[in-house]
Design a protein around this ligand. Sequence first.
Ligand code: NDP
Length: 341
Amino acid sequence: MTSGEAEEPLETIGFAALSTAIENRLIQAGASSEVSRILALNCASCERDGTLSHGVFRVRGYIDSLTRGWADGRAMPVVEEAGDSFIRVDGRNGFAQPALAAAKPAITAAIEGTGVAVVALRDSHHFSALWPDLEVFARDGCTAMAMIASGKLAVVPEGARRPVFSTNPFGFATPVAGTDPLVFDFSTSSMSHGDLQLAASDGVAVPPHTGVDAAGNESEDPKAILDGGGLRPFGGHKGALLSLMIETLAAGLTGGSFTYEVDMEAPTGAHTFRTGQLYIVIDPRRGGNESYPERVASFIDMLREAGMDRLPADRRYANRAAAEARGIPMSEEIRALLAGE
Ligand code: NDP
């Protein structure tokens, strides 16, 4: 391109148009309009923010689960207040985000009453990133944590002869005075299963120590890791133990299924998994410290000044701002969605 020549405009789609297209596909697949709306907003938000492993790429998986009758897109979650701070939610084999939405009034009441809400969600499918669940709590002034026993036997810790955990994600969000919340959200495996599938379909090698093949040998071939092998936990035994804790709390404590149980019952080709999640939401003002958000802001300023200039959510917020200014970049997945493929 010579100087002065206009740059080729990037083909994009607006957030509302993308969300509506996803919503319509989920309604066609049998989900209620409310469930479809909640899942579509979540999925379009992931695409907009560049969490592509849980954006439009996942729509086929939702549709598969719905049309096979494996997940109930019309489920009516049951919310029970098991104590002043303890909320039990039976997702009734529906999706986690609508179940969390149904628990919102009870969560608000628990926070107002005691400063803490523990939300134990079972019999639910969580097929997305955790940050969209968490960011809203932080925007309302709360710190929040979440974890999922995500249900697909995919992770082989050192010493194990077969996968025993899923990629079990953990997320955290906190308000920060004067700016967007700080949110991080990661799988406890060396990489998320979505990114592994994307690497396999793109035919690119994964970094060393990502996983093992079916014979238990280290492999950088994503197809070999997917085909009977498994991912490693991140951080050796420390990641393995964090994953163990997540299974214990998000499945054992909630009454959801451990990964080894759910993977056994899921039908061939299942993409979503019927499992459990645990959320802990805290009003930080109960710490007796009204200036908590300001203190976190000063802490973050110190981290940036010390050179930690890439903090979690920076990339997502930058993508979000770009998408708000110019639209969401059109991908092959979005094209296929719009074409009804
Ligand atoms: P990533 O490695 O992509 O990102 C992990 C987190 O670290 C993000 O919050 C990211 O912020 C932040 N981050 C990345 N690089 C840096 C850096 N250099 N310095 C500081 N912070 C950084 O996560 P994963 O691939 O492990 O997981 C991807 C998604 O998959 C997650 O959202 C997770 O919830 C989801 N998942 C969902 C499952 C489910 O069952 N529903 C199962 C497993 C995973 P930023 O966002 O700004 O890049």
